[in-house]
Design a protein around this ligand. Sequence first.
Ligand code: BV8
Length: 255
Amino acid sequence: MVDQAVLAAAADALARADRVMVASGAGISKESGVPTFREAQTGLWARYDPHELATPGAFRRDPDLVWQWYRMRRRLVEAVEPNPGHRAVAALERLLPAVEVFTQNVDGLHVAAGSENVVELHGSLRRFKCSAGCRGEPTVIPFDALDAEADHAPPCPHCGARLRPDVVWFGEMLPPGALERAYEAAEACGAMLVVGTSGVVQPAASLPVVARRAGATVIEVNPVPTEISDVAHIILRGPSGEVLPRLVDAVRARL
Ligand code: BV8
């Protein structure tokens, strides 16, 4: 259980910050029933390592396997709801003057919970694009223009190349502008709330370091120690679905 004094310190930091940056990872979606990236994949997928499948090479070698893996993950996220942690982040955005959410997650649950200023650093598995970028990068294809339930990666309606999820694979650059916006926010924010990330994947994992170096108060919400813990000024050691609603209540009491 998070100590009340530690929660109060975090709420003070958020309430006095002129800009707040929320940086989230897979852990914030865990209580919605979405497995985190490092947990064993469910059932059939247990034998595949996400670091192997979430790569351009895997898609080149076996596009249908990668397409079906993302189809399984999309079906899973479409069947779940945002949890109190996502909803607390959305409430924070309504309470404070400037809150921006930078998520590594591709599940769309922050937006589903009502957050409006969301940057999806690693894209979204609810969007599809032409793997050849035939009309520029990304050539996003409207969901209703494709057979998302197909067993095979469908053809691009413009050029015939295979479609793929509009996510950032290992070895790929982040969406144009997303990383620049994230670094700008990390440099400028008065407080950064880091929620549910192991802090392993770069360049997202560097953002808390940038924020701390720039003078922000860094707050971590995670049940266990991570690569971020040494960078955080304040550590709220617990599940985000429980901690974040209490934190938002404490912020609300300070306004
Ligand atoms: C790039 C989309 C450059 C796809 C993802 C060595 C050093 C530095 C970098 C590298 C390196 N070797 C390789 C690299 C680059 C690589 C990288 O960082 N690799 C890692 C493995 C070392 N990075 C890249 O490739 C990036 N691109 O660098 O381009 C470049 C330069 C030139 C030319 C071309 C390119 C692109 C990285 C993006 C990859 N795509 N996702 C998809 O989803 O399928 S990454 C994916 O994994 C997620 O998006 C996320 O980023 C990451 C998972 O991390 P987390 O979200 O933190 O989740 P995790 O499971 O690890 O942890 C969950 C946490 O939640 C835990 O701490 C747990 O305790 C906590 N938790 C659990 N329950 C709860 C909870 N917290 C709160 N409440 C709870 N209830």
